[in-house]
Write a protein that binds this ligand. Structure first.
Ligand code: TNX
Length: 549
């Protein structure tokens, strides 16, 4: 058998080698973002020619590999006849690490998981270049790579304005290209409850609709246009699956005890109903509002049920985010019921009641097999030793939590709030309004997620960093893309690349080479050269998306 099949293999090899003739010398290197830990390119030597496309070895990863390469215009074929792109497992590599080796004849990927291989393919897809004859090719190169942090995130606020599931998928595609692995999905807030919960249908029947919104450019005037929308459980499952196939875990956020007006409007018995003038409504403007869950057993039972459904919808998320931010205590101060509960539990003040509330919710979250994460206000009144904290206000809170052994994710408002403006150049039109604050690209790039003054040993408590995209002034995908790109690429690099390799000039150079891809994908990014949108022809809406009107 062996001796008869050999000549066949030999002749096939000849044919295929002839097809995959190496390209001519390659002068331009790859412009990978985020910058890999180690990249060695052989410029001036032939690369791997793509004039005939590429033969991918069959296996569990080949379909995904084919999709990633086709997305950058490369013809692919899955074939075990002298494959040119091959995968192997090296269990010694970290979960997200990979090795990628490109020669004029062959491309090899080594990883310990499909996720590592996926990142190798993203690096490969970003390395398409041309040889001296203009033939499309990959440069001859060797990469060894692994991320600096395990949490590389972006938060999408679907409450103030809601992007349809198909647009969330577009966001996921771009995040995957730049090796993000976490999408934090803000699903409940004062202005809308956006996730279907079967046991409590009024959450979406009532809580997903508001009568109007502020007019863009005139933030204190109502637009008079009803706004509503939510994701069905089927849509959520579909988005979660889509994200998973692209190496992205979705962390759901269900806000407690504040930012809860929509839920309380749907089920008024969950609020502090014993106070005067109690009349909850889904909120139609932006800011911080008084309606906050009552700290009663009825509320905890409700949250238990909600979290059961949420945990089932996000099976791969290790965390459930429970908000915890901006919860005014006035209603608890006025409510006899809340005061009685404080007394019964020996709580000295309303801050301690907030802390009690969060600890009760943490037990529920843990009972579903998940860890609790919340905004840094969960610190006030005492931080649970097992909670993780998302630091958005003062970096000192991060140090405080880390010193106590809590894990943190850095989302600092001064550096990572992508709803803020980016510097000069946005068109002077109402639809380009932002909430306030200024975070230029350079400021994102300059941010170090590890706070100063902590020890090497404590650094392991910094899970990573995340950009937050609050959507008060982001009514649709076009404005979203304008706010998020290209700053998300700077964020991708600070989350992945070792600190000692950070170099702003080099980053900007690579960023310029990424723009043609973003153009091709029709991303409405902010032009780094003049601040204008990439696509002046796109219409950024000033009111609710059509579907929701
Ligand atoms: C504060 S950051 C909030 C959000 C707003 C945002 C606007 C945080 C945890 N809470 O509710 O949308 O400011 O930038």
């Amino acid at each position: 058998m062996k001796s008869r099949s050999l000549p066949l293999i030999a002749s096939l090899t000849l044919v295929t080698t002839a097809l995959a003739a190496p390209s001519g010398p390659v002068q331009e290197g790859s412009a990978i973002i985020p910058k890999p830990v180690s990249l060695q390119e052989k410029l001036g030597e032939p690369g791997f020619s793509l004039s005939q496309g590429i033969r991918i070895a069959p296996g569990s990863i080949s379909g995904m590999a084919s999709r990633v390469l086709q997305n950058v215009g490369i013809k692919t074929q899955i074939s075990d006849k002298n494959p040119e792109l091959v995968f192997s497992t090296d269990d010694k590599l970290g979960k997200e690490a990979y090795r990628l080796n490109v020669t004029p004849q062959k491309i090899t990927v080594e990883s310990s998981t499909p996720q590592g291989a996926f990142y190798a393919l993203q690096s490969l897809a970003q390395s398409v270049t041309k040889d001296d004859k203009g033939t499309i090719c990959f440069p001859t190169m060797a990469i060894e790579d692994a991320p600096r942090f395990s949490w590389r995130g972006l938060m999408v606020d679907s409450c103030r304005h809601m992007m349809p599931a198909k647009d969330i998928k577009k966001v996921i595609d771009l995040l995957a290209r730049y090796k993000f692995n976490t999408l934090h999905w803000h699903l409940t807030d004062d202005q809308g409850w956006r996730i279907e919960i079967k046991k409590y249908p009024k959450l979406t029947e009532v809580g997903s609709s508001r009568t109007h919104s502020p007019i863009m450019g005139q933030r204190n005037k109502p637009d008079g246009v009803p706004y509503s929308g939510y994701y069905t459980q089927d849509e959520i499952k579909d988005v979660v699956k889509y994200a998973k196939q692209r190496g992205i875990t979705i962390i759901p956020e269900i806000e407690v005890p504040g930012h809860a007006a929509a839920a309380i409007t749907a089920y008024p018995e969950l609020g502090n109903k014993d106070i005067e003038n109690y009349d909850p409504k889904v909120v139609c403007s932006w800011g911080v509002f008084p309606y906050i869950f009552a700290p009663t057993e009825e509320t905890f039972k409700f949250l238990d049920d909600v979290l059961t459904e949420v945990a089932e919808l996000f099976p791969d998320s290790p965390f459930i985010h429970v908000g915890g931010d901006e919860a005014p205590k006035d209603q608890w101060k006025k409510s006899a019921t809340a005061q009685k509960i404080m007394k019964e539990n020996g709580l000295k003040n309303e801050e301690e009641l907030q802390s009690y509330f969060i600890r009760r919710v943490e037990k529920l979250v843990n009972s579903k097999g998940k860890r609790l994460i919340g905004w840094d206000e969960i610190n006030e009144g005492g931080l649970s030793p097992t909670a993780s904290m998302m630091v958005w206000r003062d970096i000192r809170w991060a140090r405080h939590a880390i010193e106590r052994g809590n894990d943190v994710v850095m989302t600092h408002t001064d550096s990572l709030y992508l709803d803020y403006s980016q510097g000069p150049g946005a068109p002077n039109k109402p639809e380009y309004e932002v909430i306030g604050g200024n975070v230029p690209l350079e400021k994102v790039y300059a941010f170090n997620p590890v706070p100063s003054g902590i020890t090497k040993e404590q650094e392991k408590h910094v899970l990573g960093c995340q950009g937050n995209v609050w959507s008060e002034y982001i009514p649709d995908i076009n404005k979203f893309q304008y706010q998020v790109f290209p700053r998300a690429l700077a964020l991708a690099e600070i989350a992945w690349t070792p600190l000692e390799l950070k170099n702003e000039a080099d980053f900007k150079n690579r960023l310029n080479k990424q723009l043609p891809y973003l153009d091709e994908q029709k991303v409405n990014y902010r032009r780094p050269d003049n601040g204008a949108p990439a696509r002046p022809d796109v219409v950024i809406k000033t009111t609710a998306p059509e579907k929701n009107q």
